[in-house]
Ligand binder design. Structure first.
Ligand SMILES: [Zn+2]
Length: 467
């Protein structure tokens, strides 16, 4: 006999907020769909470790789905699928809606750059018969995490004659990898007295790349010379060509399921490809002719403040919108001020190993759903775009009516945390914007962890938003 619900449990259900693991309240079919979706995501992650690779992969997916380079389009009509590739490092996809631009657009914006180690312009040197690359780290990293792990090298080199060579080494079975060494604990008495943030310093992030001399001539720098010779034979590059290169050292790990139950994914670069991939999938799978024009921006340089002409601080998105309103009597700013945007970025998931910086009642949890961050700043809401109650209300309606599981979160305690996203840049254009994305454990580390249900719910959220 079914037990009758108590008055208090009925009232609780009606009045109190619920934030629970969504494996508990989703069907097996939904769970299977989530796991299947994540298999596609893992494949994407494995080939899109840098902003250039992500841009290229998304461009291919878009072309396969019928998107056309906007440069080739003279006029636009509802149902047109277009994209803009900004210098191979940022990309915008759009599906033209039946509504006039005067009604505004539905925009999602994620970023495809991740923290990493960039080679300096003059990187190669020899010391004590070992060859190294000097690096300048990119984005906010805990430097000690980047030692003693296998690193791969990705990027491009422009040779003296102007030709370009793509480099990707350390990913294929049988490729060599690279490493930054750390001091053995036996001799680390003094190093251990350094603070955690100084345990490894910027100028100690030197990547070991060789130890074999070119020959036995009584000459200096033969290890370095041997590396240059190998690079010349394989890629036709010389030491001067490093000056005209962008080479990025990234962890050489492949994405892996985490846990006996395979409920999570561990990988390099979830931030923010874990939102970029759902945004692209939602765009490719949106209606043939959506009501409002659907736009997905995948930006570069978010991790260093969205600066530069491939970051959202630049006018490249505005320039794209100029093309969307061309031939109408609607201005770019009119269209944008009527637009709504989900800034699809990650948040820090609650970690019971480190409870101190989190405020449990306003933090997000792994596998509790897509997380909405009304604002991201800290210490008096500094440096953030704070979404209005009205916008939050509209987003809530969209998510709830489409049965998307979501939660709210702040990034850490009031006086602790905070972090920026591209929401600020978009809000500055007059767009109604709020952050929605995936909670991440060990964010900005070489091996970040996300919950599979959260990845899928972020996809469903963006899909519902584009409906
Ligand atoms: Zn980040």
């Amino acid at each position: 006999m079914a037990k009758e619900k108590s008055a208090s449990s009925i009232l609780k259900e009606k009045l109190m907020m619920k934030n629970e693991n969504i494996f508990k309240n989703t069907t097996l079919k939904q769970q299977k769909d989530a796991l299947d979706f994540c298999e596609g995501y893992k494949k994407f992650l494995a080939v899109a470790k840098t902003e250039r690779e992500a841009c290229e992969t998304v461009e291919k997916l878009a072309i396969d789905a019928g998107f056309v380079n906007v440069e080739k389009k003279k006029t636009l009509k509802p149902g047109d699928r277009i994209y803009l590739n900004n210098r191979g490092k940022a990309i915008i996809l759009a599906v033209i809606g039946s509504d006039s631009p005067a009604e505004g657009f539905r925009i999602s914006a994620a970023h495809i750059d991740s923290p990493r180690l960039d080679l300096k312009p003059n990187p190669l040197y020899e010391d004590s018969e070992m060859a190294y690359f000097k690096t300048h780290y990119y984005g906010g990293i805990k430097k000690y995490q980047w030692t003693s792990i296998p690193l791969a090298l990705h990027g491009v080199v422009i040779r003296g004659d102007g030709s370009k060579v793509n480099i990707c080494i350390g990913e294929d079975e049988g490729d060599p990898v690279f490493v930054i060494n750390d001091l053995l604990p036996h001799l680390a008495k003094e190093q251990s007295k350094r603070t955690l943030s100084e345990g490894i310093q910027g100028e100690e992030l030197n990547i070991l790349v060789g130890s074999r001399p070119f020959n036995n001539d009584p000459d200096s720098d033969l290890i370095k010379l041997n590396i240059l010779n190998i690079l010349y034979e394989k890629y036709g590059i010389t030491e001067n060509d490093f000056i005209t290169a962008e080479l990025e050292a990234v962890p050489a790990f492949a994405p892996k399921d985490i846990g006996f139950d395979r409920s999570m994914i561990g990988a390099y670069g979830h931030d923010d490809r874990v939102c970029a991939y759902p945004a692209v999938a939602a765009t490719l799978n949106c209606a043939k002719v959506p009501k409002k024009t659907v736009i997905t921006i995948l930006a570069d340089k978010e991790e260093i403040g969205s600066e530069g002409n491939t970051g959202l601080h630049s006018v490249f998105f505005k320039h794209f919108v100029e093309r969307l309103v061309k031939g109408t009597n609607v201005s770019v700013l009119d269209a944008l001020s009527k637009s709504m945007c989900l800034s699809a970025d990650v948040s820090g998931a609650y970690d019971p190993n480190f409870p101190e910086p989190f405020e449990r009642r306003n933090t997000c949890f792994v596998n509790h759903g897509a997380v909405i961050m009304k604002y991201t700043g800290a210490r008096g809401k500094g440096d953030t775009s704070d979404a209005s109650a009205e916008l939050m209300g509209e987003i809530r309606q969209i998510l709830d009516s489409n049965k998307v599981k979501w939660q709210v979160g702040e990034l850490g305690k009031v006086d602790f945390g905070g972090g920026g996203t591209v929401a600020k840049e978009l809000a500055a254009l007059g767009i109604d914007v709020v952050d929605l994305g995936v909670p991440v454990l060990s964010m900005h580390s070489p091996f970040e962890v996300v919950g599979k249900m959260d990845v899928y719910m972020t996809y469903l959220a963006l899909k519902a938003f584009f409906k």
